[in-house]
Design a binder for this molecule. Structure first.
Ligand SMILES: [Zn+2]
Length: 276
């Protein structure tokens, strides 16, 4: 299956014409990798601190709460982020990034295929230096054994959720799958392309635990040791869905929820991981 994946990836790379995004010079010191699923209410905001001292923010949650979250984990004087990614242009992922752009600077701001003409999206564009659309198969390289791979840029999907930028963070033998708000259709597109690349130690549950996400086939393909649900207390969508939670229980998959536990911090030495 691995060979098939690489063949598929090669084809993708030829199509996109970009083999690799190599944009960081990394220091030698390694401190392990840390991922923090920030408690931003009903939305997503994930801070990654790489072993090579880069800081990556994926989505910004629905409001300014993300700034408090970043303040808890970044030095007060640090106003730079190595990279910012927006998975898709919905309020609960985008709005916080507008506030982030007012406080933090990043030369590397990425989106997937999906953009928007909405006023908030335009407000965000006005505040960031430039945005670069990532393509399926591209990798952001952080170090010799650490990268973020784009598993889907969303160009094949029918709506914004299924069009989420899906990435996999890898540090040596440790990996985390971050599917944004991917729904069942988006999951099926990825499963059909190559289910072997989906396997990961940790899975952020898609679309805040919606019933229209996290199929059994998807969960089996990822086969995570831990899942994380980023969700707001008493949200009006009823997330996470009882059906999704039952599915997780049935498959014996443990989960942590930001609405109950606050920020969820995971640290890895590249082999195993611990929840702090
Ligand atoms: Zn969302």
């Amino acid at each position: 299956m691995k060979k098939r994946y690489w063949r598929l990836t090669s084809v993708t790379l030829v199509i996109t014409g970009v083999a690799l995004v190599l944009f960081f010079v990394w220091p030698q010191q390694k401190n392990g990798a840390e991922l923090i699923f920030l408690n931003v209410g009903q939305g997503d905001a994930i801070l990654i601190k790489t072993p090579y001292e880069q800081t990556i923010l994926i989505d910004g949650g629905p409001d300014a709460l993300v700034l408090k979250g970043l303040g808890r984990y970044l030095p007060w004087s640090d106003r730079d982020l190595s990279a910012i990614l927006l998975t898709h242009p919905h309020d609960d992922h985008l709005f916080g990034l507008i506030r982030v752009a007012e406080r933090y600077f990043s030369e590397q701001v990425f989106t997937g295929f999906r953009t928007a003409t909405s006023a908030p999206y335009q407000a965000w564009l006005e505040r960031v230096a430039t945005t670069t659309p990532l393509k399926t198969g591209q990798r952001l390289i952080f170090g010799p054994d650490c990268y973020l791979e784009v598993l889907s840029d969303g160009c094949l999907a029918g709506n914004d959720n299924d069009g989420s930028l899906v990435t996999k963070f890898v540090y040596d033998n440790f990996s985390v799958l971050l599917p944004g708000d991917l729904g069942l259709k988006g999951e099926n597109i990825l499963l059909a392309a190559s289910s072997s690349i989906l396997n990961a130690d940790i899975l952020k549950i898609g679309h805040h635990g919606s019933a229209e996400s996290s199929s059994e086939t998807w969960l089996r393909a990822v086969s995570p040791d831990l899942t994380v649900i980023s969700v707001g207390i008493d949200n009006r969508y009823g997330h996470p869905s009882l059906r999704t939670l039952n599915r997780l229980d049935r498959l014996g998959l443990s989960y942590k929820r930001t609405d109950r536990e606050g920020d969820i911090r995971v640290w890895s030495d590249g082999q195993s991981f611990v929840v702090k």
